[in-house]
Design a protein around this ligand. Structure first.
Ligand code: GDP
Length: 526
C-alpha cells in the first residue's frame, strides 16, 4: 500500500546543539550528501548574533533566514529525509522545544572541546520528556579536545542517557588520524577537506591487522587496541530497542567542517532512526498508517513585511495523506478549512504541493485561524498531546501607552501569543503579564504591536522567578490557595491557574503550606 510505503521511508528529525557546536555545518554537509545543495556555504546560519539584539530589523532579517531553512527535505538512498531546523539563540528556546514535538528523532551535536553545555542539557530534557531517540555526533575532532572516554562519561551523567560509541577517534587535533568503526571494524583516515564528500576508507581486517600501524603509526595503533579493549569491556553492544526508546544514544566522532564522520552518521541514521509511528492524542493513540489525515500546528511564522501580511503555519502530519484543496476539520474552531497552496520545502526551495504524507511538515497559508497546537483531521475531534508551554523566566506587565488603541493592543497581544512569541497570563481579569524565556521577545512584541497593530506599549518588569501551573484533587485547598495568594496568581490562555513564585524559597513554602497542591513547570501535566 502506498501509504505504508511512504511512511516507512520517512525520517523526520532535528539537529540540536548548544550554539557554535556545529549544527549549521553538519546540516549543510547532510544536504550535500543528499544532493539537495551543491556548494558549501549555501545554508545560512540562523544564528542571531549578539550584536544584533538591539537592532530589530537585523533580528528580523535573520529570522527570515531561519524560516527559509525551517524545514529541509531531501532524498537519500530511497529515504525521504526531513530536517527541522531549530533556532540556536537561547531566547528562542521555546520555539525549539515546540519543534522537537514534531520530530521522530534527533541528532545532537557536541563540541569535543566543550563537552555538554547548558543548552545541550536543556534540549535533552525536552527529548527525554517524549522519549525521543537521540544520536550524538561529537564534533571538531580536528581540534585538541577532551578525552573521548571522559566525554562519554559526561554525556551519560549530565544527559542521563546510556551511550554506545559506534566509531572511535585515533588521536585528535593536529595529530588526528581518523576513526575506527567499531561496528564494521573498518578504518577511515582523516583528510582535511571541506568540499569532497568521499572519505578515504582503508581496507583493514579489524583492530589486530598489522597494516593498522602503517596507517596510523605504532603508538596510535597500540593506543587504539587498548581503547577498543576497554570499550568492549565497558559498553554494551548497540541495542536498537533501547535506542528507539530514547534510553541509549549511539555516538559518532568526526569533524563536520571537514566532512569527516558525516557519512557514517547519515548511513547509520537512515538505518536505525524511526519512521513516523504513533502519536498520543487526548482521545486515543493515533497511528501514522491510519488512512485518515490528522496533524497539528507547531509553529507559526508571520511575515513582517507590511505588504505581505500573511502567516505560515507549520503543520506536522501525524497520520494519513494530506491533499491540496480538500476540506479538513479544524478541531478547536469546529469548522472546515481547505488549503489551496500548501507548501513543502526542499532545501531552500519552497514549492506548492498536491499531497504529503504522515511524517512530513508542510506550510499552510493562514489568515489568523490557526494557532499553535491546533489540530486538523478528517472529522474526528482529536487533540494531540505533547506541545507543552514551559515555565517562562522573565515576566513583565504589559502597559498600554495609547488608550485610543486599546482594542488593537488587545488583539495584537492575543495573536502574537497564539503564534508562540511569548506566553500571556491574565491577572484580576484585566492585568496582562507577558512571560518569555528571553529579553529579545519583548523587543519583538513591542515592535510588532506598533508596526502590525498600531498599538503602543511598554513593559514593567516583575520580580518573579518562575511560573507553575497548579492543580489539585482537593478543590477547596486550591480555591483557598488562589484566594490567599491572589497577588501571585493568574490564568493562562486556557484559563488554567498559574502561580508565580518570587523565589525557589517561596515555592518551597507554598508546597509546605498546601501539600495537596501540585506545582508543574510545564503546562502539560494531564
Ligand atoms: P552552530 O551554532 O551549532 O550552528 O555552529 P556552526 O555550524 O555555525 O559552527 C560554529 C563554528 O564552528 C563555525 O565557525 C564552524 O566553521 C566551526 N566548525 C564546525 N565544525 C567544525 C569542525 O569540525 N572543526 C572545526 N575546527 N571547526 C568547526
Amino acid at each position: 500500500m502506498e501509504l505504508a510505503k511512504e511512511i516507512a521511508r520517512r525520517r523526520t528529525f532535528a539537529i540540536i546543539s548548544h550554539p557554535d557546536a556545529g549544527k549549521t555545518t553538519l546540516t549543510e554537509k547532510l544536504l550535500l550528501f543528499g544532493g539537495a545543495i551543491h556548494t558549501a556555504g549555501a545554508v545560512k546560519s540562523n544564528k542571531i548574533r549578539k550584536s544584533a539584539t538591539s537592532d530589530f530589523m537585523e533580528i528580523e532579517k535573520q529570522r527570515g533566514i531561519s524560516v527559509a531553512t525551517s524545514v529541509m527535505g531531501f532524498e537519500y538512498r530511497g529515504k525521504r529525509i526531513n530536517i527541522l531546523d531549530t533556532p540556536g539563540h537561547k531566547d528562542f528556546a521555546e520555539d525549539t522545544y515546540r519543534t522537537l514535538t514534531a520530530v521522530d528523532s534527533v541528532i545532537l551535536v557536541v563540541d569535543s572541546m566543550k563537552g555538554v553545555e547548558e543548552q545541550t542539557e536543556r534540549l535533552m530534557e525536552v527529548c527525554r520528556m517524549r522519549h525521543t531517540p537521540v544520536i550524538i555526533f561529537i564534533n571538531k575532532l580536528d581540534r585538541e579536545g577532551r578525552d573521548p572516554f571522559e566525554l562519554l562519561d559526561e554525556l551519560e551523567e549530565k544527559l542521563d542517557i546510556q551511550t554506545c560509541p559506534m566509531t572511535w577517534p585515533i588521536s585528535q587535533g593536529q595529530n588526528f588520524k581518523g576513526v575506527y568503526n567499531l561496528f564494521d571494524k573498518s578504518l577511515n583516515l582523516f583528510e582535511a577537506t571541506s568540499t569532497k564528500i568521499g572519505q578515504k576508507l582503508t581496507d583493514i581486517e579489524g583492530i589486530n591487522d598489522p597494516k593498522l600501524a602503517d596507517w596510523v603509526g605504532t603508538a596510535n595503533a597500540a593506543k587504539l587496541r587498548e581503547d577498543v579493549e576497554l570499550i568492549d569491556g565497558v559498553y554494551e553492544p548497540f541495542d536498537l530497542e533501547l535506542y528507539r526508546e530514547g534510553m541509549l544514544a549511539p555516538v559518532f566522532f568526526g569533524s563536520a567542517v571537514n566532512n569527516f564522520g558525516v557519512h557514517e552518521l547519515l548511513d547509520t541514521f537512515i538505518s536505525v532512526a524511526p519512521c513516523p509511528h504513533e502519536r498520543e492524542a487526548t482521545e486515543r493513540m493515533v497511528n501514522a498508517s491510519e488512512p485518515a489525515l490528522s496533524g497539528f500546528v507547531f509553529k507559526i511564522h508571520a511575515n513582517l513585511d507590511p505588504n505581505h501580511r500573511d502567516r505560515t503555519a507549520f503543520f506536522k502530519i501525524c497520520s494519513g495523506r494530506f491533499e491540496r484543496n480538500k476540506f479538513y476539520q479544524h478541531t478547536r474552531l469546529g469548522k472546515k478549512l481547505r488549503f489551496s497552496n500548501p507548501t513543502q520545502f526542499m532545501a531552500q526551495e519552497k514549492s506548492v504541493i498536491d499531497e504529503a504524507w504522515a511524517g512530513d511538515v508542510i506550510g499552510l497559508y493562514d489568515n489568523g485561524s490557526l494557532k499553535i497546537g491546533d489540530t486538523l483531521t478528517e472529522g474526528e475531534a482529536l487533540h494531540f498531546r505533547g506541545i507543552p508551554s514551559f515555565s517562562p523566566e522573565i515576566f513583565k506587565v504589559l502597559e498600554n501607552r495609547d488608550p485610543l488603541k486599546t482594542k488593537q493592543l488587545e488583539k495584537g497581544i492575543r495573536q502574537l501569543t497564539d503564534e508562540g512569541v511569548a506566553q500571556l497570563f491574565v491577572q484580576y481579569g484585566t492585568r496582562k503579564i507577558v512571560g518569555t524565556v528571553g529579553e529579545l521577545q519583548f523587543d519583538v512584541i513591542q515592535f510588532r504591536l506598533e508596526h502590525e497593530y498600531g498599538a503602543q506599549c511598554s513593559f514593567m518588569p516583575l520580580r518573579f522567578h518562575k511560573a507553575f501551573w497548579i492543580t489539585s484533587d482537593n478543590q477547596e485547598q486550591l480555591d483557598e490557595f488562589m484566594r490567599r495568594r491572589a497577588n501571585v496568581i493568574a490564568l493562562d490562555k486556557e484559563e488554567h491557574p498559574v502561580f508565580f513564585a518570587e523565589t525557589e524559597w517561596m515555592l518551597k513554602i507554598a508546597k509546605e503550606d498546601f501539600p495537596e497542591i501540585e506545582f508543574h513547570s510545564t503546562s502539560e501535566f494531564k
